[in-house]
Design a binder for this molecule. Structure first.
Ligand code: ATP
Length: 254
């Protein structure tokens, strides 16, 4: 279990995270959701170990990792821009990390991941020959071969559209379930967070507005922020769709 207790973080005297306490169970998918600038990426970076907390503790399975270096934590991230190596092909990208730590995944495990992510036919392609969804899958495979104890994803769907987005969502869920892998995802999109995660952490101005399962957030929003930020956005989306149907129906009737 990952446990954050009373985490605080300021940059240049400006408080970004005031008091964040949360627990993430083994194998759980948790989304960190909130408006732009609320501190989502900062929280992810604190967990990863590239940003240091001003106060509070980060423990994993009872071990205090608050001051542990990133490499010691064994967590791994897929960045928003995928950060793939443009001069290497897909297979070389996927297996790059194994050069320094051979044996961490067997050849069979690498092949299984490639299969799970549907990348067999792309292995010899260069990165610039791939679509956004394909790049995202390569980035996921590259991270997964290193067998992270926790998988961190920064806006994994933001550059993708429609059908591709749904397919990557399914693959993230499949990977988390298949490998019983604790997965923490940053997103600003309520629909994404609610449909992808077991639990959603909603941040408002550096504090937790609500931390709960999607059904509770929708049915029992705990405060106005959750009601307005999350539920209003969903309602606007829904109304937009219904408005289209309404317009269409009215058009046909006329
Ligand atoms: N290294 C840094 N130095 C100074 N300020 C920073 C640093 N990192 C983040 N901030 C500030 O902290 C605040 C929160 O940033 P953060 O990137 O965590 O927000 P976010 O919720 O992920 O936003 P977005 O959805 O727009 O990516 C912002 O005001 C940002 O300018």
């Amino acid at each position: 279990m990952l446990e954050l207790t009373h985490i605080q973080k300021s940059f240049d005297g400006v408080t970004v995270l005031k008091d964040i306490s949360m627990q993430v169970e083994e194998g759980e998918i948790v989304s960190i959701l909130g408006p732009s600038g609320c501190g989502k990426t900062t929280l992810l970076n604190l967990i990863l170990g590239i940003v240091e907390a001003d106060a509070g503790t980060i423990c994993y399975n009872g071990e205090d990792l608050t001051r542990a270096a990133m490499e010691k934590r064994g967590f791994n991230i897929v960045f928003q821009d995928y950060a793939l190596f443009p001069n290497l092909n897909v297979y070389q990208n996927i297996t790059y990390g194994l050069k320094n730590r051979p044996g961490i995944s067997t050849q069979k495990e690498v092949e299984e991941l490639i299969h799970l992510l549907g990348l067999e036919e792309h292995l010899s392609k260069r990165v610039d020959q791939l679509s956004g969804g394909q790049k995202q899958r390569v980035a996921l495979a590259r991270t997964m071969v290193m067998k992270p104890r926790i998988l961190l994803l920064d806006e994994p769907l933001s550059a993708l559209d429609g059908v591709i987005k749904e397919s990557i969502k399914d693959r993230i869920k499949t990977i988390a379930r298949e490998f019983h892998l604790t997965t923490i995802i940053v997103t600003h999109d309520p629909e994404e967070a609610l449909t992808l995660s077991d639990r959603v952490l909603i941040i408002d101005q550096g504090t937790i507005a609500q931390y709960g399962c999607p059904a509770d957030i929708i049915q029992k929003p705990e405060n106005d922020f959750v009601r307005t930020f999350i539920l209003n956005q969903l309602e606007i989306k829904r109304n937009n769709i219904y408005a289209l149907f309404g317009a269409d129906a009215a058009g046909r009737a006329g």
